[in-house]
Design a protein around this ligand. Structure first.
Ligand code: SF4
Length: 519
Protein backbone atom coordinates (compact mmCIF):
# COMPACT_ATOMS: atom_id res chain seq x y z
CA UNK A 1 0.00 0.00 0.00
CA UNK A 2 0.98 3.62 -0.40
CA UNK A 3 2.71 3.21 -3.77
CA UNK A 4 0.42 5.65 -5.54
CA UNK A 5 0.97 8.31 -2.86
CA UNK A 6 4.72 7.81 -3.16
CA UNK A 7 4.52 8.07 -6.94
CA UNK A 8 2.54 11.31 -6.66
CA UNK A 9 4.88 12.77 -4.06
CA UNK A 10 8.05 11.99 -6.05
CA UNK A 11 6.46 13.45 -9.15
CA UNK A 12 5.43 16.59 -7.31
CA UNK A 13 8.97 17.07 -5.92
CA UNK A 14 10.60 16.62 -9.33
CA UNK A 15 8.12 19.12 -10.73
CA UNK A 16 9.03 21.63 -8.02
CA UNK A 17 12.63 21.36 -9.18
CA UNK A 18 11.42 21.89 -12.76
CA UNK A 19 13.05 18.68 -13.89
CA UNK A 20 10.03 16.58 -14.78
CA UNK A 21 9.89 15.14 -18.31
CA UNK A 22 7.18 13.08 -19.95
CA UNK A 23 8.83 9.75 -20.75
CA UNK A 24 6.42 9.12 -23.62
CA UNK A 25 6.65 12.43 -25.41
CA UNK A 26 9.92 13.99 -24.30
CA UNK A 27 12.18 10.99 -24.61
CA UNK A 28 15.09 13.05 -25.90
CA UNK A 29 14.82 15.84 -23.35
CA UNK A 30 17.14 16.08 -20.30
CA UNK A 31 15.37 15.66 -17.02
CA UNK A 32 13.80 13.08 -14.77
CA UNK A 33 10.81 10.95 -15.64
CA UNK A 34 8.68 9.00 -13.24
CA UNK A 35 6.45 6.08 -14.07
CA UNK A 36 4.21 3.49 -12.50
CA UNK A 37 5.30 -0.03 -13.28
CA UNK A 38 3.88 -3.47 -12.76
CA UNK A 39 4.83 -5.75 -9.87
CA UNK A 40 8.55 -6.17 -9.09
CA UNK A 41 7.77 -9.36 -7.24
CA UNK A 42 9.47 -8.47 -3.96
CA UNK A 43 6.13 -8.09 -2.15
CA UNK A 44 7.58 -8.40 1.32
CA UNK A 45 9.62 -5.22 0.79
CA UNK A 46 7.10 -2.93 -0.87
CA UNK A 47 6.49 -0.16 -1.70
CA UNK A 48 9.48 -0.32 -4.04
CA UNK A 49 11.13 2.47 -6.00
CA UNK A 50 13.60 1.58 -8.74
CA UNK A 51 16.09 4.16 -10.01
CA UNK A 52 17.35 3.86 -13.56
CA UNK A 53 19.85 3.63 -15.14
CA UNK A 54 21.68 2.72 -11.90
CA UNK A 55 19.16 -0.05 -11.08
CA UNK A 56 19.04 0.93 -7.42
CA UNK A 57 16.10 -0.66 -5.68
CA UNK A 58 14.68 1.17 -2.69
CA UNK A 59 12.64 -0.94 -0.31
CA UNK A 60 9.80 -0.21 2.10
CA UNK A 61 9.71 3.37 0.94
CA UNK A 62 7.66 5.78 3.03
CA UNK A 63 6.24 9.17 2.07
CA UNK A 64 8.85 10.90 4.25
CA UNK A 65 11.68 9.25 2.24
CA UNK A 66 10.66 10.95 -1.00
CA UNK A 67 12.54 14.24 -0.44
CA UNK A 68 15.77 12.34 0.15
CA UNK A 69 15.20 10.12 -2.89
CA UNK A 70 14.65 13.11 -5.15
CA UNK A 71 17.31 15.44 -3.75
CA UNK A 72 20.06 12.94 -2.98
CA UNK A 73 19.66 10.29 -5.64
CA UNK A 74 17.86 11.90 -8.54
CA UNK A 75 19.49 15.30 -8.39
CA UNK A 76 22.86 14.63 -6.74
CA UNK A 77 23.48 11.02 -7.78
CA UNK A 78 23.95 9.72 -4.25
CA UNK A 79 22.28 6.45 -3.29
CA UNK A 80 20.16 6.41 -0.14
CA UNK A 81 21.82 3.40 1.45
CA UNK A 82 19.38 2.99 4.30
CA UNK A 83 16.64 2.18 1.78
CA UNK A 84 18.65 -0.54 0.09
CA UNK A 85 18.61 -4.26 0.82
CA UNK A 86 21.23 -5.24 3.36
CA UNK A 87 22.25 -8.56 4.78
CA UNK A 88 25.28 -9.68 6.75
CA UNK A 89 26.86 -6.21 6.67
CA UNK A 90 26.55 -5.91 2.94
CA UNK A 91 24.42 -3.33 1.19
CA UNK A 92 23.09 -4.39 -2.20
CA UNK A 93 22.89 -1.42 -4.52
CA UNK A 94 21.77 -2.93 -7.79
CA UNK A 95 18.48 -4.79 -7.88
CA UNK A 96 20.03 -7.70 -9.78
CA UNK A 97 22.55 -8.39 -6.99
CA UNK A 98 19.98 -8.76 -4.24
CA UNK A 99 19.83 -12.51 -3.37
CA UNK A 100 16.07 -12.55 -4.00
CA UNK A 101 16.67 -11.57 -7.64
CA UNK A 102 20.12 -13.00 -8.19
CA UNK A 103 19.08 -16.64 -8.62
CA UNK A 104 16.09 -15.79 -10.74
CA UNK A 105 15.85 -15.83 -14.52
CA UNK A 106 13.26 -13.25 -15.33
CA UNK A 107 12.08 -13.76 -18.92
CA UNK A 108 8.32 -13.59 -18.79
CA UNK A 109 8.47 -11.17 -15.87
CA UNK A 110 11.25 -9.09 -17.40
CA UNK A 111 8.99 -6.18 -18.28
CA UNK A 112 7.04 -6.40 -15.03
CA UNK A 113 8.38 -3.77 -12.70
CA UNK A 114 10.44 -2.24 -15.46
CA UNK A 115 8.13 -0.76 -18.08
CA UNK A 116 5.02 1.31 -17.74
CA UNK A 117 2.38 -1.30 -18.44
CA UNK A 118 0.07 1.31 -19.94
CA UNK A 119 2.61 2.42 -22.52
CA UNK A 120 2.50 0.90 -25.98
CA UNK A 121 5.69 2.81 -26.87
CA UNK A 122 7.67 1.29 -24.02
CA UNK A 123 6.61 -2.22 -24.91
CA UNK A 124 7.69 -1.63 -28.51
CA UNK A 125 10.96 -0.04 -27.35
CA UNK A 126 11.75 -3.29 -25.53
CA UNK A 127 11.35 -5.28 -28.73
CA UNK A 128 7.61 -5.79 -28.38
CA UNK A 129 5.60 -6.85 -31.47
CA UNK A 130 8.78 -7.82 -33.34
CA UNK A 131 7.80 -11.46 -32.99
CA UNK A 132 4.37 -10.71 -34.43
CA UNK A 133 5.82 -8.99 -37.45
CA UNK A 134 8.27 -11.86 -37.91
CA UNK A 135 5.49 -14.46 -38.07
CA UNK A 136 3.23 -12.30 -40.24
CA UNK A 137 5.85 -11.57 -42.88
CA UNK A 138 8.38 -14.37 -42.69
CA UNK A 139 6.57 -17.50 -41.55
CA UNK A 140 3.71 -19.75 -42.60
CA UNK A 141 1.22 -20.79 -39.89
CA UNK A 142 2.57 -24.34 -39.96
CA UNK A 143 6.11 -23.07 -39.34
CA UNK A 144 4.95 -21.08 -36.34
CA UNK A 145 3.28 -24.18 -34.87
CA UNK A 146 6.46 -26.13 -35.57
CA UNK A 147 8.60 -23.53 -33.76
CA UNK A 148 6.43 -23.86 -30.69
CA UNK A 149 6.55 -27.67 -30.94
CA UNK A 150 10.36 -27.52 -31.30
CA UNK A 151 10.63 -25.28 -28.25
CA UNK A 152 8.71 -27.89 -26.23
CA UNK A 153 6.79 -25.14 -24.46
CA UNK A 154 4.41 -26.90 -22.08
CA UNK A 155 1.22 -25.27 -20.83
CA UNK A 156 1.92 -23.29 -17.68
CA UNK A 157 -1.61 -23.63 -16.34
CA UNK A 158 -0.91 -26.88 -14.58
CA UNK A 159 -1.34 -29.74 -17.01
CA UNK A 160 1.92 -29.24 -18.86
CA UNK A 161 0.46 -30.30 -22.22
CA UNK A 162 2.74 -29.24 -25.11
CA UNK A 163 1.34 -25.97 -26.46
CA UNK A 164 2.65 -26.45 -30.01
CA UNK A 165 0.91 -29.79 -30.34
CA UNK A 166 -2.37 -28.19 -29.31
CA UNK A 167 -1.88 -25.40 -31.82
CA UNK A 168 -1.14 -27.71 -34.73
CA UNK A 169 -4.22 -29.80 -33.88
CA UNK A 170 -6.32 -26.63 -34.15
CA UNK A 171 -4.57 -25.57 -37.37
CA UNK A 172 -5.54 -28.93 -38.92
CA UNK A 173 -9.24 -28.48 -38.15
CA UNK A 174 -11.29 -27.64 -41.16
CA UNK A 175 -13.31 -24.69 -39.92
CA UNK A 176 -13.58 -21.07 -41.00
CA UNK A 177 -14.07 -19.94 -37.44
CA UNK A 178 -11.58 -20.84 -34.71
CA UNK A 179 -10.80 -19.24 -31.41
CA UNK A 180 -7.91 -18.50 -29.12
CA UNK A 181 -8.82 -18.41 -25.44
CA UNK A 182 -6.50 -17.14 -22.76
CA UNK A 183 -7.20 -18.48 -19.31
CA UNK A 184 -6.60 -15.70 -16.79
CA UNK A 185 -8.89 -17.22 -14.19
CA UNK A 186 -6.21 -17.84 -11.64
CA UNK A 187 -8.08 -19.22 -8.66
CA UNK A 188 -5.59 -20.94 -6.37
CA UNK A 189 -5.32 -19.32 -2.97
CA UNK A 190 -1.83 -17.83 -2.83
CA UNK A 191 -1.26 -17.67 -6.58
CA UNK A 192 -0.91 -14.38 -8.43
CA UNK A 193 1.54 -15.04 -11.27
CA UNK A 194 -0.92 -14.51 -14.09
CA UNK A 195 -2.35 -11.46 -12.43
CA UNK A 196 1.10 -9.85 -12.29
CA UNK A 197 1.81 -10.66 -15.91
CA UNK A 198 -1.52 -9.18 -17.06
CA UNK A 199 -1.00 -6.11 -14.90
CA UNK A 200 2.69 -5.65 -15.62
CA UNK A 201 3.03 -6.66 -19.26
CA UNK A 202 -0.38 -6.90 -20.93
CA UNK A 203 0.99 -6.47 -24.45
CA UNK A 204 3.12 -9.60 -23.97
CA UNK A 205 -0.06 -11.65 -23.52
CA UNK A 206 -1.80 -9.97 -26.43
CA UNK A 207 1.18 -10.53 -28.73
CA UNK A 208 1.30 -14.21 -27.70
CA UNK A 209 -2.41 -14.61 -28.51
CA UNK A 210 -2.01 -12.84 -31.85
CA UNK A 211 0.80 -15.22 -32.80
CA UNK A 212 -1.32 -18.20 -31.76
CA UNK A 213 -4.17 -16.75 -33.82
CA UNK A 214 -1.99 -16.50 -36.92
CA UNK A 215 -0.46 -19.95 -36.36
CA UNK A 216 -3.85 -21.66 -36.15
CA UNK A 217 -5.75 -19.46 -38.65
CA UNK A 218 -8.07 -18.32 -35.90
CA UNK A 219 -10.32 -15.33 -36.13
CA UNK A 220 -10.81 -14.03 -32.62
CA UNK A 221 -9.44 -14.28 -29.12
CA UNK A 222 -10.96 -14.09 -25.66
CA UNK A 223 -9.15 -13.34 -22.43
CA UNK A 224 -11.02 -14.69 -19.45
CA UNK A 225 -10.01 -12.70 -16.38
CA UNK A 226 -11.30 -12.89 -12.84
CA UNK A 227 -13.45 -9.89 -12.00
CA UNK A 228 -11.43 -9.70 -8.77
CA UNK A 229 -8.52 -8.48 -10.91
CA UNK A 230 -9.82 -5.02 -11.92
CA UNK A 231 -6.36 -3.58 -12.56
CA UNK A 232 -5.53 -6.48 -14.89
CA UNK A 233 -8.81 -5.88 -16.75
CA UNK A 234 -8.06 -2.14 -17.07
CA UNK A 235 -4.51 -2.64 -18.26
CA UNK A 236 -5.56 -5.28 -20.79
CA UNK A 237 -8.31 -3.01 -22.06
CA UNK A 238 -5.89 -0.12 -22.54
CA UNK A 239 -3.39 -2.41 -24.25
CA UNK A 240 -6.05 -3.83 -26.59
CA UNK A 241 -7.22 -0.33 -27.53
CA UNK A 242 -3.63 0.78 -28.18
CA UNK A 243 -2.91 -2.30 -30.26
CA UNK A 244 -6.05 -1.60 -32.31
CA UNK A 245 -5.03 2.04 -32.80
CA UNK A 246 -1.70 0.88 -34.17
CA UNK A 247 -3.28 -1.57 -36.58
CA UNK A 248 -2.15 -4.66 -34.64
CA UNK A 249 -5.66 -5.90 -33.96
CA UNK A 250 -8.66 -5.89 -36.25
CA UNK A 251 -8.97 -6.32 -40.00
CA UNK A 252 -5.96 -6.99 -42.20
CA UNK A 253 -3.27 -6.51 -39.56
CA UNK A 254 -0.31 -4.52 -40.92
CA UNK A 255 -1.67 -5.21 -44.42
CA UNK A 256 -0.70 -8.87 -44.02
CA UNK A 257 -4.15 -10.21 -44.86
CA UNK A 258 -4.52 -11.65 -41.34
CA UNK A 259 -7.47 -10.41 -39.26
CA UNK A 260 -7.87 -11.02 -35.56
CA UNK A 261 -9.41 -9.25 -32.59
CA UNK A 262 -9.43 -9.82 -28.85
CA UNK A 263 -12.22 -9.45 -26.29
CA UNK A 264 -12.08 -9.52 -22.53
CA UNK A 265 -14.48 -11.62 -20.47
CA UNK A 266 -14.80 -11.12 -16.77
CA UNK A 267 -15.26 -14.27 -14.71
CA UNK A 268 -17.22 -14.23 -11.50
CA UNK A 269 -14.45 -15.85 -9.53
CA UNK A 270 -15.59 -19.47 -9.62
CA UNK A 271 -12.59 -21.76 -9.21
CA UNK A 272 -14.11 -24.38 -11.48
CA UNK A 273 -14.10 -21.89 -14.39
CA UNK A 274 -10.36 -22.46 -14.63
CA UNK A 275 -11.35 -25.82 -16.08
CA UNK A 276 -11.39 -25.59 -19.87
CA UNK A 277 -14.94 -26.61 -20.68
CA UNK A 278 -16.41 -24.64 -17.76
CA UNK A 279 -14.46 -21.60 -18.87
CA UNK A 280 -15.71 -21.75 -22.46
CA UNK A 281 -19.27 -22.31 -21.22
CA UNK A 282 -18.93 -19.21 -19.08
CA UNK A 283 -17.73 -17.11 -22.04
CA UNK A 284 -20.74 -18.35 -24.00
CA UNK A 285 -22.95 -16.95 -21.26
CA UNK A 286 -23.84 -20.38 -19.86
CA UNK A 287 -23.33 -21.52 -16.31
CA UNK A 288 -19.65 -22.32 -15.80
CA UNK A 289 -19.83 -26.10 -15.46
CA UNK A 290 -17.43 -28.67 -16.90
CA UNK A 291 -18.76 -31.10 -19.50
CA UNK A 292 -17.85 -34.61 -20.44
CA UNK A 293 -14.96 -35.08 -22.90
CA UNK A 294 -14.64 -35.87 -25.78
CA UNK A 295 -15.05 -33.79 -27.85
CA UNK A 296 -11.87 -32.03 -26.92
CA UNK A 297 -11.53 -28.25 -26.94
CA UNK A 298 -9.18 -28.36 -29.93
CA UNK A 299 -12.05 -29.86 -31.95
CA UNK A 300 -15.13 -28.34 -30.36
CA UNK A 301 -14.36 -25.66 -27.86
CA UNK A 302 -15.84 -22.22 -27.66
CA UNK A 303 -19.20 -22.11 -29.50
CA UNK A 304 -18.42 -25.62 -30.74
CA UNK A 305 -15.50 -24.32 -32.80
CA UNK A 306 -11.87 -25.49 -32.69
CA UNK A 307 -10.21 -23.62 -29.86
CA UNK A 308 -6.73 -23.14 -28.47
CA UNK A 309 -6.91 -22.75 -24.72
CA UNK A 310 -3.72 -21.75 -22.92
CA UNK A 311 -3.09 -19.76 -19.80
CA UNK A 312 -1.58 -16.29 -19.43
CA UNK A 313 1.98 -17.39 -18.71
CA UNK A 314 2.00 -19.78 -21.67
CA UNK A 315 1.01 -17.01 -24.10
CA UNK A 316 3.51 -14.62 -22.53
CA UNK A 317 6.32 -17.06 -23.40
CA UNK A 318 5.38 -17.18 -27.08
CA UNK A 319 6.82 -13.84 -28.33
CA UNK A 320 10.09 -14.64 -26.54
CA UNK A 321 10.35 -18.02 -28.28
CA UNK A 322 9.64 -16.55 -31.70
CA UNK A 323 12.13 -13.72 -31.18
CA UNK A 324 14.95 -15.76 -29.67
CA UNK A 325 14.33 -19.11 -31.32
CA UNK A 326 13.22 -22.53 -30.10
CA UNK A 327 16.80 -23.64 -29.37
CA UNK A 328 17.27 -20.69 -27.02
CA UNK A 329 14.16 -21.70 -25.10
CA UNK A 330 15.17 -25.34 -24.95
CA UNK A 331 18.51 -24.22 -23.54
CA UNK A 332 16.82 -23.09 -20.32
CA UNK A 333 15.90 -25.79 -17.80
CA UNK A 334 15.61 -29.55 -18.33
CA UNK A 335 14.99 -31.12 -21.73
CA UNK A 336 11.48 -32.31 -20.98
CA UNK A 337 10.32 -29.16 -19.22
CA UNK A 338 12.26 -26.31 -20.79
CA UNK A 339 11.89 -22.63 -20.07
CA UNK A 340 11.21 -20.80 -16.87
CA UNK A 341 8.31 -20.89 -14.44
CA UNK A 342 6.83 -18.11 -12.38
CA UNK A 343 5.97 -19.01 -8.79
CA UNK A 344 4.20 -17.08 -6.07
CA UNK A 345 5.84 -17.84 -2.73
CA UNK A 346 3.74 -17.12 0.33
CA UNK A 347 3.40 -18.40 3.87
CA UNK A 348 6.09 -18.64 6.56
CA UNK A 349 8.99 -17.59 4.37
CA UNK A 350 11.10 -14.45 4.73
CA UNK A 351 10.80 -13.13 1.18
CA UNK A 352 7.26 -13.63 0.04
CA UNK A 353 6.70 -12.58 -3.53
CA UNK A 354 6.62 -13.43 -7.17
CA UNK A 355 9.63 -15.13 -8.70
CA UNK A 356 10.68 -16.68 -11.98
CA UNK A 357 13.27 -19.44 -12.17
CA UNK A 358 14.42 -21.96 -14.78
CA UNK A 359 12.36 -25.13 -14.59
CA UNK A 360 14.35 -27.70 -12.68
CA UNK A 361 15.47 -25.28 -9.97
CA UNK A 362 15.34 -27.15 -6.68
CA UNK A 363 12.85 -26.49 -3.95
CA UNK A 364 15.75 -25.69 -1.63
CA UNK A 365 17.02 -22.91 -3.92
CA UNK A 366 13.54 -21.46 -4.19
CA UNK A 367 12.73 -21.51 -0.47
CA UNK A 368 16.13 -20.80 1.05
CA UNK A 369 18.21 -18.87 -1.51
CA UNK A 370 15.47 -16.81 -3.11
CA UNK A 371 12.86 -16.99 -0.39
CA UNK A 372 15.46 -16.24 2.30
CA UNK A 373 14.48 -19.23 4.46
CA UNK A 374 11.84 -19.65 7.10
CA UNK A 375 10.57 -16.72 9.13
CA UNK A 376 11.77 -16.13 12.70
CA UNK A 377 14.49 -18.78 12.42
CA UNK A 378 11.95 -21.60 12.57
CA UNK A 379 12.33 -24.98 10.90
CA UNK A 380 10.92 -25.81 7.49
CA UNK A 381 8.10 -28.32 7.59
CA UNK A 382 6.37 -28.51 4.23
CA UNK A 383 5.33 -26.61 1.16
CA UNK A 384 1.97 -26.89 -0.56
CA UNK A 385 2.50 -26.77 -4.30
CA UNK A 386 -0.19 -26.48 -6.92
CA UNK A 387 -2.85 -25.00 -4.64
CA UNK A 388 -5.93 -26.98 -3.63
CA UNK A 389 -5.35 -29.45 -6.46
CA UNK A 390 -1.74 -30.05 -5.54
CA UNK A 391 0.05 -31.74 -2.72
CA UNK A 392 2.59 -31.05 -0.05
CA UNK A 393 6.30 -31.62 -0.28
CA UNK A 394 8.50 -32.08 2.74
CA UNK A 395 12.11 -31.85 3.81
CA UNK A 396 12.95 -35.02 1.90
CA UNK A 397 11.96 -33.21 -1.31
CA UNK A 398 14.16 -30.16 -0.86
CA UNK A 399 16.57 -31.32 -3.58
CA UNK A 400 13.73 -32.11 -5.96
CA UNK A 401 13.90 -30.18 -9.23
CA UNK A 402 10.73 -28.22 -9.84
CA UNK A 403 9.50 -29.34 -13.23
CA UNK A 404 6.43 -31.13 -14.56
CA UNK A 405 7.82 -34.65 -14.61
CA UNK A 406 9.81 -34.66 -11.36
CA UNK A 407 6.81 -33.43 -9.43
CA UNK A 408 4.48 -35.92 -11.02
CA UNK A 409 6.77 -38.73 -9.88
CA UNK A 410 6.23 -37.77 -6.24
CA UNK A 411 2.49 -37.31 -6.64
CA UNK A 412 2.55 -33.49 -6.70
CA UNK A 413 2.12 -31.00 -9.51
CA UNK A 414 3.28 -27.52 -10.38
CA UNK A 415 -0.29 -26.41 -10.91
CA UNK A 416 -0.25 -22.79 -11.85
CA UNK A 417 2.72 -22.13 -9.53
CA UNK A 418 1.52 -21.30 -6.05
CA UNK A 419 3.94 -22.25 -3.25
CA UNK A 420 2.69 -21.97 0.32
CA UNK A 421 5.57 -22.49 2.73
CA UNK A 422 4.85 -23.88 6.19
CA UNK A 423 7.03 -23.89 9.30
CA UNK A 424 7.35 -26.39 12.14
CA UNK A 425 4.37 -24.94 14.00
CA UNK A 426 1.90 -25.62 11.19
CA UNK A 427 -0.76 -28.24 11.81
CA UNK A 428 -0.95 -30.37 8.67
CA UNK A 429 -4.45 -31.63 9.41
CA UNK A 430 -5.61 -28.04 9.56
CA UNK A 431 -3.88 -27.42 6.20
CA UNK A 432 -5.79 -30.34 4.69
CA UNK A 433 -9.02 -29.02 6.21
CA UNK A 434 -8.36 -25.54 4.81
CA UNK A 435 -7.92 -26.81 1.25
CA UNK A 436 -10.83 -29.23 1.48
CA UNK A 437 -13.05 -26.40 2.69
CA UNK A 438 -11.94 -24.35 -0.32
CA UNK A 439 -12.57 -27.14 -2.83
CA UNK A 440 -15.86 -28.11 -1.29
CA UNK A 441 -17.08 -24.52 -1.60
CA UNK A 442 -15.94 -24.37 -5.19
CA UNK A 443 -17.37 -27.71 -6.32
CA UNK A 444 -19.95 -26.87 -8.98
CA UNK A 445 -22.21 -29.70 -7.81
CA UNK A 446 -22.71 -31.33 -11.20
CA UNK A 447 -21.52 -34.77 -10.22
CA UNK A 448 -22.22 -36.70 -7.04
CA UNK A 449 -18.76 -37.96 -6.04
CA UNK A 450 -17.33 -34.47 -5.94
CA UNK A 451 -20.44 -32.73 -4.58
CA UNK A 452 -21.13 -35.20 -1.77
CA UNK A 453 -17.69 -36.72 -1.34
CA UNK A 454 -15.93 -33.43 -0.63
CA UNK A 455 -18.64 -32.60 1.91
CA UNK A 456 -18.09 -35.89 3.73
CA UNK A 457 -14.34 -35.45 3.67
CA UNK A 458 -14.63 -31.96 5.07
CA UNK A 459 -16.91 -33.18 7.89
CA UNK A 460 -14.39 -35.85 8.82
CA UNK A 461 -11.49 -33.38 8.77
CA UNK A 462 -13.44 -30.96 10.92
CA UNK A 463 -14.16 -33.77 13.34
CA UNK A 464 -10.48 -34.69 13.53
CA UNK A 465 -9.36 -31.08 13.99
CA UNK A 466 -11.91 -30.74 16.80
CA UNK A 467 -10.38 -33.76 18.52
CA UNK A 468 -13.44 -35.93 17.93
CA UNK A 469 -12.11 -38.18 15.19
CA UNK A 470 -11.17 -41.83 15.26
CA UNK A 471 -8.64 -44.05 13.53
CA UNK A 472 -11.40 -45.39 11.27
CA UNK A 473 -11.87 -41.83 10.05
CA UNK A 474 -8.42 -41.94 8.51
CA UNK A 475 -9.34 -45.02 6.51
CA UNK A 476 -12.60 -43.45 5.51
CA UNK A 477 -10.73 -40.40 4.26
CA UNK A 478 -8.54 -42.61 2.11
CA UNK A 479 -11.48 -44.52 0.69
CA UNK A 480 -13.37 -41.35 -0.16
CA UNK A 481 -10.26 -39.85 -1.72
CA UNK A 482 -9.93 -42.88 -3.96
CA UNK A 483 -13.55 -42.83 -5.04
CA UNK A 484 -13.68 -39.12 -5.76
CA UNK A 485 -10.47 -39.04 -7.75
CA UNK A 486 -11.47 -41.97 -9.91
CA UNK A 487 -15.08 -40.97 -10.57
CA UNK A 488 -15.29 -37.15 -10.59
CA UNK A 489 -15.99 -35.51 -13.91
CA UNK A 490 -13.43 -32.73 -14.02
CA UNK A 491 -9.98 -31.82 -12.77
CA UNK A 492 -11.32 -30.02 -9.73
CA UNK A 493 -12.97 -33.16 -8.40
CA UNK A 494 -10.24 -35.52 -9.54
CA UNK A 495 -7.63 -33.61 -7.59
CA UNK A 496 -9.83 -32.42 -4.71
CA UNK A 497 -8.44 -35.00 -2.31
CA UNK A 498 -4.77 -34.44 -3.18
CA UNK A 499 -3.92 -32.24 -0.17
CA UNK A 500 -5.50 -34.83 2.14
CA UNK A 501 -3.77 -37.75 0.44
CA UNK A 502 -0.35 -36.13 0.57
CA UNK A 503 -0.62 -34.89 4.16
CA UNK A 504 -1.82 -38.37 5.18
CA UNK A 505 1.14 -39.85 3.38
CA UNK A 506 3.82 -37.65 4.89
CA UNK A 507 2.27 -36.63 8.20
CA UNK A 508 0.10 -39.57 9.19
CA UNK A 509 1.51 -39.47 12.69
CA UNK A 510 0.06 -36.01 13.11
CA UNK A 511 -3.41 -37.25 12.16
CA UNK A 512 -3.03 -40.15 14.55
CA UNK A 513 -1.97 -37.80 17.33
CA UNK A 514 -5.14 -35.78 16.77
CA UNK A 515 -7.43 -38.77 17.07
CA UNK A 516 -5.62 -40.49 19.90
CA UNK A 517 -4.43 -37.55 21.98
CA UNK A 518 -7.65 -35.66 22.31
CA UNK A 519 -9.73 -38.53 23.62
FE1 SF4 B 1 -18.39 -29.97 -10.73
FE2 SF4 B 1 -16.81 -31.31 -9.01
FE3 SF4 B 1 -18.04 -32.63 -10.91
FE4 SF4 B 1 -16.03 -30.95 -11.52
S1 SF4 B 1 -15.89 -32.85 -10.36
S2 SF4 B 1 -17.98 -31.18 -12.58
S3 SF4 B 1 -16.40 -29.35 -9.98
S4 SF4 B 1 -19.04 -31.49 -9.22
Amino acid sequence: GGSIEIYNRIRELIEQHELLVDLELEYEKEGIGVKKSGCHGFCEMGPLVRIEPENYLYLKVQLEDCVEIVEDTLINNRPVKRLMYSSENRIYEAQEDIPFYHKQTRQVLKNCGSINAESFTEYVAKGGYQALSKVLFEMEPQEVCQSIIDSNLRGRGGGGYPAGRKWSQVLKQDSKVKYIVCNGDEGDPGAFMDRSIMEGDPHGVIEGMLIAGYATKSTAGYIYVRAEYPLAVDRLRIAIEDARKHGLLGENILASGFSFDININKGAGAFVCGEGSALTASIEGERGMPRVKPPRTVEKGLWQKPTVLNNVETFANVPLIIRNGSAWFRGIGPENSPGTKAFAITGNVNNTGLIEVPMGTTLREVIFDIGGGIKDGKKFKAVQIGGPSGGCLTEEHLELPLDFDSLKKVGAMIGSGGLVVMDEDTCMVEVARFFMNFTQNESCGKCVPCREGTKRMLEILERIVAGKGSLEDLELLEELADTISSTALCGLGKSAASPVVSTLKYFRAEYVEHVVDKK
